[in-house]
Design a protein around this ligand. Sequence first.
Ligand code: 0RA
Length: 651
Amino acid sequence: MSEIPQANNDYSASNIQVLEGIEHVRKRPAMYIGDVGERGLHHMVYEVVDNSIDEAMAGYAKNIEVVINEDNSITVVDDGRGIPVDTHAKEGLSALELVMTRLGAGGKFDKDSYKVSGGLHGVGVSCVNALSAKCAVKVYRDGKIHEQFYKEGKAIERIKVVGKTDRTGTETQFWPDGTIFTVLEYRYDTLASRLRELAFLNKGVRITLTDKRELDEKSGEPMGDVFYSEGGLMEFVKYLDKNREGLHDEPIYISGIDDDGSTPVELAMQYNSSYRENIHSYVNNINTHEGGTHVSGFKKALTRSLKNYADQEGLLKKLKFSISGDDFREGLTCIISVKVPEPQFEGQTKTKLGNSDVSGIVESIVNKRISEYLEENPTIGKRILQKVILSAEARNAAKKAREAVQKKNAGFGGGLPGKLASCSSRKAEECELFLVEGDSAGGSAKQARDRKFQAILPLRGKILNVEKAHPSKIYDNEEIKNIITALGIPNIGQEGELNLEKLRYHKLVIMTDADVDGSHIRTLLLTLFYRYLHDLIEAGHVYIAQPPLYLVKMGKQRRYCWTEEDRIRAIDEMGKGDESKVGIQRYKGLGEMNPDQLWDTTMDPDRRTLQQVSIDSAAEADHIFSTLMGDDVAPRREFIERNAKYAKIDV
Ligand code: 0RA
């Protein structure tokens, strides 16, 4: 990679307006990329990749390479047409420089192709540039290699030709600014999930990810993956349902476009034998976690076409219960992808599509195609309807079980579980509930805690694997019942959003042993939260405690260690590298720590580290949980060893 020349201040200072835009991005980065932690850091990559995806969608680029370099800079290369380099008549600057240094100058030069992708914030590559200590772009175009360098978002010299080439494309390398981001280290798995998702959403585009920080032990080559999907959404659904049993062999595929040709709709769906509704939706390649008009259009069409078919075939005659919309989606995995020219995003996390016309567009395309499908495949149609009926019956049974639990709870002093050591504060914002594995650790935690705001719920028996159990069964499990009642959320397992108003603790901390059993319990709990208390994770209430693995002692010195590296460093510094000079205690379980130690290392808000659980890619999380909690032991073990990769932010 070439060295970056020194800045030429006369040049970069010449345009005041440009400076203002860029300075504002640097001053208020969160306004542009959401946050300056891990999420924002990774969004920088998505923003650059999205431009290459656009170029691929316009039919020009076929290959996109993403490289994590040794120094945690990122290089993105595509084989598209290359960003134009000619001089913009009015501005007197190259198009490249405008794209790189002006906010919102992104797609202005190309009126024919309409920009459909865009990161969550869709802020453009100039923001990435502004938030980078330095950045370098090479454009391969018109037989030449053009190059320009930037520092903190400003060009430091004019674009220049540095060589000849017979290829076309764009290569961007950027170094996220350490004075802006709180984390600078990229996570391979996080980037891999997003790039895999993009490959499924944009069939035929080959996306590679290479990690130069990590060399393969055998070959000495960097580690990496290639993401490529010929089948697009069909393959995406198969990938998600790999560990589930399908009700039909091939997913149902639907694609269409509205009358004026501006809003393409694509969808693949498959019924499986599980009880889960598993719909993932995208608008312009952005995951719409909160759904929106495209999803509601789909649901309406699905209910209507299946109901029509059932009536026509007389399949619902014997039913004693009413059927709800949910029943038509039990065990359904579906990916909906729409492209909308001017998407309106609403909702708490701005991931809900608001454009009202999209609902009708999706509805009519889906309705027509599903009705056709059912006519053509009557055996599958009947199988699906049988499942819908079973769901309606089970839903009624579950309702009775839930009501029984709620009635019983009402009878016992506020309904709180007997094992819960409650805290004295009634301010939910400051209250924390520790879910602790086993009675002995529970006992330590009860002594260790600050009883004002920390409550302890020891978990004794086995937690039900909700991935495999029918929803009506979750209330039969003592431990789950205790968690649910302790939290104070009245409508778990019911339709609609969780009612978090009565949530009694704003921090829910999973505290398990640092061994295989502990990981297993943690995974079971995360599965419960992911499937039944999703909004809690989404709202950032779920955390994982980080107890230390070792205590290294020498004389009066004591040092806790959280990783193998910590331990080696402690031996180096305390025992001058001689392990025999120090005492090392390995904590196999929380029960081995006395209450003081537990407080000092794991529970004291001033000193502890908690991992906040977040979900970047819902589709990937679903894949993980279905693999993890399914029948196969191998993937579960592998996962547990690699540890929870959907647990992201350290706080
Ligand atoms: C506008 C016009 C043209 C290409 C691009 C943008 C473009 C941008 C990026 C960003 C990353 N890779 C890219 N590849 C292409 C082409 C206009 C023309 O050639 O007529």
